[in-house]
Ligand binder design. Structure first.
Ligand code: BGC
Length: 868
C-alpha cells in the first residue's frame, strides 16, 4: 500500500507576538484566555490590543448590537445548491455583514454531519456527506476570511445530536473519526486555515481517551494543533468549560463567554498556586494575539496588515455589494444587494423531488391569468429560520402570497388560507388586552420578589418579549399579573410557557406548577428551553397570575422566561380544512406549503419523530384529491415523512429559506429561476427504515456503531445486500430541475504534474435534452476494489455544477481528490490507498449512476502520493 504517515508540524510563533507576550503579566495572560463578556475578548489598550468581537452564525451575523441582519437560507439549503461559487459569494456576504455589525469572528460554519435526521441542528449543518460538507465550507470560509473577517468553524467534533448535549460521550473508532467526522475540519485547516475552531459541548471516547472535547488532548493538541499544524484559536462552546487544569492541558485556548465560569473563577488561583504553570498559557495567548492581529484588532507595526476601513471597502467590492442596486422592498439603509444574493441562493436551493405532470414552472404563458389557491400554515407564516443560537432579526421578510401576486400574469388571483395547523402552542398574547389588576392601568404588573417574599420593586409594563432579562441578582422570583380582556365570543385559551420553578393561576385556579430548578441548562440542554404552554380555557375576561423563580445562568445572567400565549376562538380544524379544499377545487392550481416549526426544528432538542406537525398531511391529501394540479412545497430544513408523496404530482423541497422566502418561491414558481437543488441528505420513506433513527445517548454514550456508513452509505449497504431492502423516498443527490439529461461519456484523466499534487478528473459529457437551459450537478461516486479494508459500498468522490443551454451538451471536469480513495491506517498512523481497481461512477444521484470508469492503483502508485 502507498502510505503517508501523518507528521507533526509545530507552529513557530511570530517574533513580534513573542515580544508582546513578554510584556504581559500573569494576570493579564489569564484575562486574555477568558472572555471579557458574552461576545468579546479582553482588551489590553497599552499594547494596542482591542477586544475581538464574536457573533453567531450560521444563518447570518446576528451582531451584539441588537440590530437587524441579512437572514440567509439555512446552511442545508446552501449545500443543496452544490454550488461552490454561490458558497463563496455567501462567504463574502458573511464578511460584509460582520463588518456592518462590528463583528470580527463569525461563529460559523457548522461542519458537523447530519448523522441522524432527527438531529435538532440538522438544518444548521450542510450535509450527511463529509466531502460535500468540506467543499461548501472551504468555499465559504475562504471567501469570508479573504475579506478580513474570521470564521469560527464548529463544533469540534462529533457534535451530531442535541439530547444531553452538554454531557454525552461520542464513542467512535479512529477510522470513522478520521474518514468521516474530522474530514471537513481537516480539509478546512489544510486549505483555508480558519482563524478559529470551536470545541463542542460533548465528549469523545476515542483514541484511548474518554473526556469532554475541551479536555481531549489527543484530539485537540496532538491532532488539530500538532499533526495538522493548526495555528488558530481553539475556543470553547458557550459555557462548555467544565474544568481548569484539564481544559488548559486539553488544548482549550479561550473560555467563552466570560468573565465568570470555570476559568474566570479558577484559573488565576490555579496559576498562583502552581497547579497551572504561567508558561502553559503562553501558546494560548499567542493564538489570541494572532487572531486579534488577523482581524485588525492588534495594532502592530506590520506592513502586511490592512487597516479596518480598507477592509470594509474591499469587502463591499469583493462581495459585489457596491455595484448592485437595492433589492426590491429593501428597507432604508439595509445592504440591499444582500437581498439579491439571498434570493438567488434560496431559489437555486429548491429541490424538485418530483414533477410528474410538468407543473413547474406554473407560468407557461405570460399573458394567461392564473387562479392560485395558496394553502398551508407555511403559506401564511413561512418558517424562515430554525430555532436556537443561529437566530437573527431579519432586515426584511418576504411572503409567498405578496410576491406571487406581484409576479403572476396580470389578472391572476391568489387565495391565501392556512387550512391546517402546524403549531402546538398558541401565539403570543397581545399585551394591549392586559390591565394591571392593582392600578387599573393598561399593561402587565411586574413584581420582583426577594427570597423571603418581600417586594423589591413593582411596575406596570406595556411591552413583553417573552423574557425578563437582566433581573437584579438579589431577586428570587418575578410575579406577573394581568386582567386579560377576551371580548370575542367563544372559548379562548390562555397560558404561560416557562421553565424552572413556577406557578401559574388563571382566575385563582392553578393551571401549571413546576418544582424543578434550572440554571444554564435552560439555555443549553434538551427540552428545557422549549416553552410548554400551560393552557386554560377561558372567556370574557380572565385574571392571569404567574410566579416564576429567577434563573441564574453562568454567562447568561439572571432572567425569567414567560411566553404569555393566547388562542382566539375561531373556526374548528375541520372548518379550516374544508375552506382550503373548497379554494383548491376552484383554482387552476393549488400550491400547498407545509413544514416544520421552531417547536420542531431547533438547537437544544432532537425530534421524537419525522412527522409533519399538526394536521398538515391531512390538508395535502384532501387538496390533492380535489385538484390534480397540486404542487406541494416542503418548508423544512431536515427530512420529514411525506406519506402522500405518491398521490401528489409535484413536490418541491423549499428548505428554511430565510428572508427571501417569498421572492425566491415566486421566482421558482413563475419560472424566473430554475430550482436546481439536489438533496444533500437522504429522504426516508418511514422512520423505521432510518439507519440511525434517534440520537439518544444510552448511559451517557452515543455509539457510532454504523462506522463510516453515515447517511446514504448505510442505505446503499442495505440495498447492495438484497433487493428487499428498504429504499428511501428520495436518495442522496436527487433533484430534477426543470429539464432532462443524458449522460453521454466519461473520461478519466490522471494528472501527473510533478509540481502539483497528482489529481484525478472525470470529464463527463452531459446533454440537456430538454427545451430549456438548465443546470446539472454531475456527481462522481467511488467504489472500492475487492478485498482490502471494509469501506462503504460507494461514496461521493467529487461533483461539479454545469449550466447547459437547451438541446446541447457540455463536457464537465469533475475533480476527485486523491483523499477520496484513501483510508486511515491506525497501525501505520497514516493515510493509505489500498491497491486494486476502483470504479468511479458518474450520475445524477447516488441511485442514478449512468457511466463508469475504472481506475487501477498498483502498490506504490497511488494518485496523490506525497501530497493530498
Ligand atoms: C451553540 C453555539 C453558539 C454559541 C453562542 C452555543 O449554545 O452551541 O453554536 O455559537 O452557543 O451562541
Amino acid at each position: 500500500m502507498s502510505s503517508q504517515a501523518a507528521t507533526a508540524q509545530a507552529v513557530a510563533p511570530e517574533p513580534e507576538l513573542l515580544d508582546l507576550l513578554q510584556e504581559l503579566s500573569a494576570e493579564e495572560k489569564v484575562s486574555l484566555v477568558v472572555g471579557a463578556s458574552m461576545w468579546a475578548t479582553t482588551a489590553v489598550p497599552r499594547l494596542g490590543l482591542e477586544p475581538v468581537v464574536m457573533s453567531d452564525g450560521p444563518v447570518g451575523v446576528r451582531g451584539p448590537d441588537g440590530g437587524t441582519s441579512a437572514m440567509f437560507p439555512a446552511p442545508s439549503a446552501l449545500a443543496a445548491t452544490w454550488d461552490l461559487g454561490l458558497a463563496a459569494r455567501a462567504g463574502a456576504l458573511f464578511a460584509a455583514e460582520a463588518r456592518r455589525h462590528g463583528v470580527d469572528v463569525v461563529l460559523a460554519p457548522q461542519v458537523n454531519l447530519q448523522r441522524t435526521p432527527v438531529g435538532g441542528r440538522h438544518f444548521e449543518c450542510y450535509s450527511e456527506d463529509p466531502h460535500l460538507t468540506a467543499e461548501i465550507a472551504v468555499a465559504l470560509v475562504g471567501a469570508a476570511q479573504a475579506h478580513g473577517v474570521g470564521m469560527c468553524v464548529k463544533h469540534y467534533v462529533a457534535n451530531d445530536s442535541e439530547t444531553e448535549r452538554t454531557r454525552y460521550l461520542a464513542r467512535l473508532d479512529e477510522r470513522t473519526l478520521r474518514e468521516v467526522y474530522l474530514a471537513p475540519f481537516e480539509r478546512l485547516v489544510r486549505d483555508v486555515n480558519p482563524w478559529s475552531v470551536m470545541g463542542a459541548y460533548n465528549g469523545a471516547d476515542t483514541q484511548g481517551v474518554a473526556a469532554p472535547l475541551l479536555e481531549h488532548r489527543p484530539l485537540v493538541v496532538d491532532l488539530l494543533k500538532e499533526e495538522w499544524g493548526y495555528d488558530g484559536l481553539f475556543v470553547s462552546d458557550w459555557v462548555a468549560t467544565q474544568s481548569v487544569a484539564p481544559a488548559v492541558r486539553g488544548g482549550l485556548d479561550l473560555q467563552m463567554p466570560g468573565p465568570d465560569g470555570a476559568w474566570g473563577d479558577g484559573l488565576l488561583d490555579a496559576v498562583r498556586s502552581g497547579e497551572v504553570a504561567e508558561s502553559e498559557l503562553d501558546d494560548k495567548v499567542l493564538r489570541l494575539l494572532r487572531l486579534a492581529r488577523r482581524t485588525g484588532r492588534l495594532t502592530l507595526p506590520d506592513p502586511g496588515a490592512t487597516p479596518h476601513a480598507t477592509i470594509a471597502a474591499a469587502v463591499a467590492q469583493g462581495a459585489g455589494l457596491a455595484a448592485q442596486g437595492p433589492g426590491p422592498g429593501a428597507p432604508e439603509g439595509a445592504p440591499a444587494a444582500s437581498a439579491v444574493l439571498l434570493r438567488e441562493l434560496a431559489a437555486r436551493s429548491v429541490v424538485v423531488l418530483k414533477d410528474d405532470a410538468g407543473l413547474v414552472p406554473l407560468v407557461q404563458d405570460a399573458a394567461r391569468p392564473l387562479r392560485v389557491a395558496l394553502l398551508g400554515p407555511a403559506a401564511v407564516e413561512p418558517f424562515f429560520q430554525g430555532g436556537g443560537s443561529s437566530f437573527v432579526r431579519p432586515d426584511r421578510l418576504t411572503y409567498p402570497a405578496d410576491e406571487l401576486r406581484a409576479a403572476l400574469p396580470p389578472g391572476s388571483q391568489v387565495t391565501l388560507l392556512a387550512g391546517a395547523r402546524a403549531l402546538r402552542n398558541p401565539p403570543e398574547l397581545d399585551i394591549d388586552r392586559c390591565t394591571d389588576p392593582v392600578t387599573g392601568e393598561p399593561g402587565l404588573r411586574v413584581t420582583l420578589l426577594a427570597a423571603d417574599g418581600s417586594v423589591l420593586t413593582e411596575h406596570t409594563t406595556t411591552t413583553w418579549t417573552g423574557w425578563l432579562q437582566d433581573v437584579r441578582p438579589d431577586a428570587d422570583a418575578v410575579r406577573l399579573r394581568a386582567t386579560v380582556r377576551l371580548d370575542e365570543p367563544g372559548g379562548h385559551e390562555l397560558g404561560v410557557g416557562t421553565v424552572g420553578i413556577h406557578r401559574v393561576l388563571v382566575d385563582g385556579a392553578e393551571v401549571a406548577a413546576g418544582a424543578t430548578r434550572v440554571d444554564e441548562d435552560v439555555v443549553l440542554s434538551s427540552g428545557h428551553n422549549h416553552p410548554i404552554a400551560a393552557l386554560a380555557p377561558v372567556s370574557g375576561a380572565a385574571d392571569l397570575d404567574a410566579t416564576l423563580q429567577v434563573v441564574h445562568a453562568v454567562g447568561y445572567g439572571h432572567f425569567v422566561r414567560a411566553a404569555l400565549v393566547h388562542r382566539l376562538p375561531g373556526p374548528s380544524a375541520e372548518d379550516d380544512l374544508a375552506a382550503a379544499v373548497e379554494a383548491a377545487a376552484a383554482a387552476d392550481v393549488a400550491v400547498v406549503l407545509v413544514g416544520t416549526t421552531a417547536e420542531v426544528e431547533s438547537e437544544g432538542y432532537d425530534r421524537p419523530d419525522l412527522d409533519l406537525p399538526g394536521n398538515q398531511d391531512e390538508l395535502v391529501r384532501r387538496v390533492a384529491a380535489v385538484n390534480p394540479r397540486t404542487v406541494v412545497v416542503v418548508n423544512a430544513g431536515a427530512p420529514v415523512l411525506l406519506p402522500w408523496l405518491a398521490d401528489v404530482p409535484t413536490v418541491l423541497w423549499g428548505w428554511l429559506p430565510g428572508q427571501e422566502a417569498g421572492t425566491a418561491l415566486a421566482d421558482v414558481l413563475t419560472g424566473l429561476t430554475e430550482p436546481s437543488g439536489r438533496l444533500p441528505w437522504t429522504l426516508p420513506a418511514c422512520h423505521e427504515d432510518v439507519p440511525v433513527p434517534h440520537a439518544r445517548p444510552v448511559a451517557g454514550v452515543v455509539e457510532y456503531a454504523e462506522g463510516t456508513d453515515v447517511g446514504y452509505r448505510a442505505w446503499e449497504r442495505r440495498l447492495d445486500a438484497g433487493p428487499d431492502a428498504p429504499a428511501p423516498a428520495a436518495p442522496f443527490g436527487h433533484g430534477l430541475g426543470w429539464t432532462t439529461w443524458e449522460y453521454e461519456d466519461a473520461v478519466l484523466a490522471r494528472g501527473e504534474a510533478h509540481d502539483a499534487p497528482a489529481t484525478l478528473t472525470v470529464y463527463a459529457t452531459v446533454r440537456n435534452t430538454g427545451r430549456r437551459a438548465g443546470r446539472e450537478v454531475v456527481q462522481v461516486y467511488v467504489e472500492a476494489p475487492d478485498g482490502g479494508p471494509r469501506r462503504p459500498v460507494r461514496w461521493l468522490g467529487g461533483f461539479a455544477v454545469a449550466d447547459v443551454p437547451a438541446m446541447s451538451s457540455v463536457t464537465v471536469p469533475v475533480p476527485v481528490s486523491p483523499r477520496a480513495l484513501q483510508v486511515w491506517d491506525p497501525q501505520a498512523r497514516g493515510w493509505t490507498t489500498p491497491p486494486g481497481t476502483y470504479r468511479l461512477r458518474t450520475g445524477r444521484s447516488v441511485a442514478d449512476l449512468r457511466l463508469t470508469n475504472d481506475l487501477t492503483v498498483r502498490p506504490g502508485d497511488a494518485p496523490g502520493t506525497g501530497a493530498q
